[in-house]
Design a protein around this ligand. Structure first.
Ligand code: ADP
Length: 319
């Protein structure tokens, strides 16, 4: 497409986050509803930065599904790629906040609406108009969503989109680690841009060292840019011709949820208008500094969506 539309494909769900940490789910005195789902966060990250974004996925035709679609629209994300399932309900995640700050997730997915998206019901016109197509659904493993995922990727690629992949590994959702690795690697070589976290890199390579060798073992011949995000240590980047790193910004972190999605949204927002940035190290580094600033800002507030920055927020941290 000739527009600068970024289409993000995957799930949107609600995290029920307990109001206190260090207690079990059953002992939580109350929960806050936090809309999330990495691909939906990325779409909102793009829109908040002033970019054009659409979300493609399936929600339940229930109170939560319509609430989530409303949140996308309020945030300026196109919702004409959303389907509503008449039978299945919107996916939900119940979070346990451990005393050490880590999060554990329990999912309602039996099956949830996102898993039931079919290839036939995709809005292909919308998908074909994407300049960048970002994907990384946690439902990659289940039919019919898997076929829908593959068809959407193909349609976008054929129409000339740049493909961006974030595996969003959530191990509890997969039958086995071997299957998770196999499924993720089965769509690996379709992507032009891949972003993995340090945890995902360890898992995918089976090697507990985060270095250039382990990152480059994930390289594939058609890849243009590989990013490894390292939380408060910033990120590493790899292209065909150069590699390097960008440091994180020092901020007062309260909740890291959504930092990676914010980082990806910021990166895509900048490369959607000019993919040649990827081939120019100085310009790429500038864009990654911007993406790291956006990721850092997202850690300074609770939740993902409320913490996603505007361009002005990011520029204030950069300068
Ligand atoms: P993911 O959410 O995918 O695990 P990260 O947590 O690595 O991704 O975050 C993505 C980016 O956000 C990092 O590369 C970094 O630039 C920024 N970031 C994340 N956590 C922090 C932090 N505690 N302090 C500063 N920047 C952070």
């Amino acid at each position: 497409g000739t527009s600068s539309l970024i289409v993000s494909f995957g799930e949107m769900l609600i995290d029920f986050v307990p109001t206190v940490s260090g207690v079990s789910l059953a002992e939580a005195p109350g929960f806050l509803k936090a809309p999330g789902g990495a691909p939906a966060n990325v779409a909102i990250a793009v829109a908040r930065l002033g970019g054009k974004a659409a979300f493609v996925g399936k929600l339940g035709d229930d109170e939560f599904g319509h609430m989530l679609a409303g949140i996308l629209k309020e945030n300026g994300v196109r919702a004409d790629g959303i389907n509503f399932d008449k039978g299945a309900r919107t996916a939900l995640a119940f979070v346990t906040l451990r005393a050490d700050g880590e999060r554990e997730f329990m999912f309602y997915r039996n099956p949830s609406a996102d898993m039931l998206l079919t290839p036939e019901e995709l809005n292909l016109e919308l998908i074909r108009s994407a300049k960048v197509f970002h994907y990384g659904s946690i439902s990659l493993i289940v039919e019919p969503c898997r076929s829908a995922h593959l068809k959407a990727m193909e349609a976008a690629k054929e129409a000339g989109a740049l493909l961006s992949y974030d595996p969003n590994l959530r191990l509890p959702l997969w039958p086995s680690p071997e299957e998770a690795r196999e499924q993720i690697m089965s769509i690996w070589d379709k992507a032009d841009v891949i972003k993995v976290s340090d945890v995902e890199l360890e898992f995918l390579t089976g090697c507990d060292k985060i270095d250039d060798e382990s990152a480059l073992s994930l390289w594939h011949p058609n890849l243009k840019l590989l990013l490894v995000t390292l939380g408060e240590k910033g990120c590493r980047y790899y292209t065909k011709s150069f590699k390097g790193s960008v440091e994180a910004f020092h901020v007062k972190t309260v909740d890291t949820t959504g930092a990676g999605d914010s980082f990806v949204g910021a990166l895509l927002c900048k490369i959607v208008d000019d993919c040649s940035i990827i081939e120019d190290e100085a310009r790429l580094k500038e864009v990654l500094r911007f993406a790291c600033a956006c990721g850092a800002i997202t850690t300074t507030k609770k939740g993902a969506i409320p913490a996603l920055p505007t361009e002005a927020d990011a520029l204030a941290l950069l300068n």
